[in-house]
Design a protein around this ligand. Structure first.
Ligand code: BG6
Length: 511
């Protein structure tokens, strides 16, 4: 039978992305294996991948940390974290297969003997479990340790892949605290690893809904024609959290909300929302378009007017009394660190000239929600009486990243009855209702991509540096001027943020 023209048989097409992508022979080495991220996200993600049949049978996991543990102690820690945090049900046979490939190397990062043992263990696993020399090194450690760890990997011959195999480095944020320090870090890492060996994690890019921004825009015809300055009034990108800083005082104080999430997650969301269509869905084409749009981002000329930072004060959250930031354990009572930040940016190109992109994030806000709202201009002319449309606001398309993942379109509709009255209604797409599959955790997707060498969802050096170019002047301005405004925990942030939008005749959405 002849093939229908243009149709490619998926069974014959190795590029078909609907087929489950299964990692080839490989292993993962985690530095900083005792940390929160490793216990809550990385170990459960590895188990979930194994449970979904996406890891090879001989997959191996090596933990490296300053603990006096044997292999069995490490396996027990992984076991506990999997039981507590994994997404899929616990299955003894999957666990056993995974546990057989677990090893632990105790040691400091400057301990040559420990790295020699790591090298031996990698060789041993290659022979015993067929990992074929393919290893990814996950640096889940504070950036001050990056130089030492990558140098040790080099010194002990671990960064160079044996013939026919691969070695990769996975790096967690923060990628520096400003442009200068990010450049230094990048230099240190690239002295040892080539650019295509380095995978920088921005876990927002691993979220289903974030990947769906591209599907929504570029796989459909109805959105793209109006996705520009002729129809869009402004864009609001919100990442609100109800939690405080928890036990992360050491990391958070001095860093603050803008460095923590605007520099990476929110600017990536902006880039995906505003970029042009890439020529192909591959890493090179995506990076090229994201980079172009980040380069076009204009920092506000009046930073006092168009940026706001806040700090949470004591209040109520979910029926519980919570302390203010300055009373949190381990926080300097004089700290000027922002736990809320809002900025108004413009994308200075033909598509977006004059359209403000308002970004905001905060801890201890009203509720946990991340969304991108594209708010459209009002109809240029209305044949109805003013009273008919009094209750009508602007059309909007809202991509709900989390929770209740989905997309909502808001538009005006006639209220049933004899008079003409038009009010806002919404049309809702909810992942939970349209699909039976539940979404994988971001870290499942990203770890699998690392093992497959698929770099689409990982920001490149240039994107990281460009994001710091945007944030640095804002942080400098805040350093030189005053303190963050206090806002009561459980509310929607400082008053100044509302005033910032009110000056433009707009208001923040209350999701
Ligand atoms: C991290 C930040 O990158 O993202 C945290 O460092 C924040 O401060 C977290 O809480 C939020 O992630 P998610 O996936 O829960 O939105």
């Amino acid at each position: 039978m002849s093939e229908i023209s243009g149709w490619v048989n998926p069974l014959r097409d190795p590029q078909d992305r609907r087929l489950p992508r299964i990692a080839g022979p490989s292993g993962l080495v985690i530095f900083g294996v005792t940390g929160d991220l490793s216990r809550k996200k990385l170990m459960p993600a590895v188990y979930d991948l194994a449970n979904r049949g996406l890891l090879p049978p001989g997959f191996s996991l090596i933990g490296f940390a300053r603990r006096d543990w044997e292999n069995e102690d490490f396996a027990q820690i992984v076991h506990d974290s999997v039981k507590e945090h994994s997404r899929t049900p616990f299955r003894e046979e999957i666990w056993q297969q995974l546990a057989d490939g677990m090893r632990f190397i105790p040691g400091e990062f400057d301990d040559d003997e420990a790295f020699r043992r790591l090298r031996e263990t990698v060789d041993e696993l290659d022979a015993a479990r067929g990992t074929s020399g393919n290893f990814a090194f996950y640096l889940s450690v504070p950036p001050k340790f990056f130089p030492k760890v990558v140098q040790q990997l080099k010194k002990h011959g671990l960064s160079d892949a044996p013939e026919g195999s691969w070695r990769r480095a996975v790096i967690e944020k923060p990628f520096g605290h400003d442009l200068g320090s990010a450049q230094e870090l990048n230099q240190v890492v690239h002295e040892v690893f080539a650019p295509d060996q380095v995978f920088r994690i921005d876990h927002y890019l691993g979220k289903e809904t974030v990947q769906n921004i591209l599907a929504l825009r570029f796989a459909n015809t109805m959105f793209e024609p109006i996705w520009n300055r002729s129809y869009v009034d402004h864009v609001q990108i919100t990442m609100a959290e109800d939690i405080g800083i928890g036990g992360r005082a050491g990391y958070y104080d001095g860093i603050g909300s803008a460095r923590d999430v605007i520099q990476n997650h929110l600017l990536q969301l902006l880039a995906l929302t505003a970029m042009e269509e890439p020529g192909a869905f591959d890493a090179e084409s995506l990076v090229a378009e994201k980079l172009k749009v980040l380069k076009a981002v204009k920092v506000p000329a009046d930073l006092g007017r168009d940026t706001v930072r806040g700090q949470y004060a004591a209040g109520w959250q979910g029926g519980e009394k919570v302390v203010g930031y300055l009373q949190e354990d381990g926080i300097d009572p004089q700290s000027k660190t922002d736990t809320y930040a809002a900025v108004k940016l413009e994308v200075d190109n033909r598509r977006w000239a004059g359209v403000p992109f308002y970004l905001r994030t905060g801890k201890r806000l009203g509720r946990r929600v991340t969304e991108i709202a594209v708010v459209f201009q009002r109809a240029p002319h209305s044949p109805f009486d003013r009273t008919a449309t009094e209750e009508l606001s602007q059309n909007a398309l809202v991509i709900r990243v989390q929770p209740d993942e989905g997309v909502t379109v808001r538009f005006g509709s006639k209220v049933p009855g004899t008079s003409m009255e038009i009010r806002d209604v919404t049309m809702d797409f909810a992942y939970g209702e349209s699909f039976t599959e539940s979404s994988p955790e971001a870290y499942e997707r990203l770890i699998l991509d690392v093992l497959l060498g698929d770099a689409n969802l990982f920001p490149r050096t240039e994107e990281v540096e460009e994001s710091w170019r945007i944030l640095d002047p804002i942080e400098d301005h805040w350093d030189r001027h005053g303190r963050p405004e206090q806002y009561t925990a459980g509310t929607w942030g400082p008053k100044a943020a509302d005033k910032m939008l009110a000056r433009d005749g707009r208001s923040w959405r209350r999701p």
